[in-house]
Design a binder for this molecule. Structure first.
Ligand SMILES: C[S@@+](CC[C@H](N)C(=O)[O-])C[C@H]1O[C@@H](n2cnc3c(N)ncnc32)[C@H](O)[C@@H]1O
Length: 280
């Protein structure tokens, strides 16, 4: 398993450690399908900023191991106390007293946006969820650049935000060149009132951009309008209503990707479709 380099240059700041069991299931499911993992020569995955408990890193490993049994997950936290806590959880796992596999390829270390892994290894995936939300919008480009610089050539940084229960999630996929590729919205459809609830959980780079004149605002507004129009098919279920809505969105010219994932309450667009239009 990878061991961390010196902790003398840890980049970032300790923030609230809120996390929870199953919270990141939507993004884990998306990563499990991603070519960056499936085709990785070295399937090393980083859970950066896992929080007060290591549970999301353990769950990430369990989900990804179903498609890549050789996956390794390294949880990195900037808070040394949280590293100690996760390592204690790992000891319980190794003793076979948890629901996770005792031999799961998971480890925990201290680290920040510099993503300390041995020099000869390049992560296929870095998942940084609910981390940048507590930073300033102006901190985002440098954090992306620092994390992306560690990725393998075809690797992906998945940076996003979700609510406490993981029912509302959005994320940006960023390439090894630090250029964003796609933006995804993933919603629990049962009980969904309006898709624009996603506005409350946008990644930091977009959170202040949900205003008229910005592309992400146009997307969420158009999605709400199609959702309202599709109310007539509600008796067939929320999934049917969602698929009707996003199909109409596509027909109106939005460049939607990953059609096969619509049934999951997902919607992915190229980054250019939502990229911030204005500078502060
Ligand atoms: C809100 S928790 C998120 C926990 C988990 N990822 C989740 O989504 O449930 C954010 C965590 O990120 C950590 N953090 C903040 N900046 C970091 C950085 N630059 N590198 C590593 N961890 C960081 C904080 O210490 C905190 O524990």
């Amino acid at each position: 398993m990878p061991s961390a380099r010196s902790s003398s240059a840890v980049v970032g700041q300790i923030t609230r450690g809120t996390t929870g069991t199953n919270r990141l299931r939507r993004v884990d499911r998306w990563i499990a399908r991603h070519a960056a993992l499936r085709r990785a020569a070295d399937p090393l995955v980083i859970d950066l900023g896992y929080g007060a408990s290591g549970v999301t890193a353990l769950e990430l490993h369990a989900r990804l191991a179903r498609v890549r049994p050789d996956v390794e997950v390294l949880g990195l936290e900037i808070d040394p106390a949280r590293v100690a806590r996760a390592r204690a959880q790992l000891a319980e796992l190794r003793a076979g007293t948890t629901s996770f596999a005792a031999d799961a390829h998971v480890s925990f270390a201290r680290g920040g946006f510099e993503v300390p892994v041995p020099e000869d290894r390049r992560p296929a995936v870095i998942r940084a969820f609910n981390v940048l939300r507590q930073y300033d919008e102006h901190d985002v480009p440098a954090a992306w650049t620092s994390m992306a610089a560690r990725l393998s050539t075809d690797g992906v940084l998945v940076e996003g935000t979700c609510d406490e229960l993981g029912r509302i999630a959005t994320w940006v996929a960023v390439g090894a060149d630090a250029v964003p590729r796609t933006f995804t919205v993933s919603l629990r459809l049962a009980g969904l009132e309006r898709p624009s609830i996603a506005a409350e959980r946008l990644p930091k780079v977009l959170i202040h951009r949900n205003v008229p004149g910005e592309r992400v605002h146009a997307l969420l507004t158009a999605l709400d309008a199609e959702w309202d129009r599709a109310a007539a098919v509600s008796p067939f279920g929320a999934e049917h209503r969602w698929r009707t809505s996003v199909a109409a969105l596509e027909a109106s010219g939005w460049p939607l990707r990953e059609r096969s994932r619509w049934r999951l309450g997902e919607l992915t667009v190229p980054w250019d479709a939502v990229a911030p239009r204005t500078e502060d």
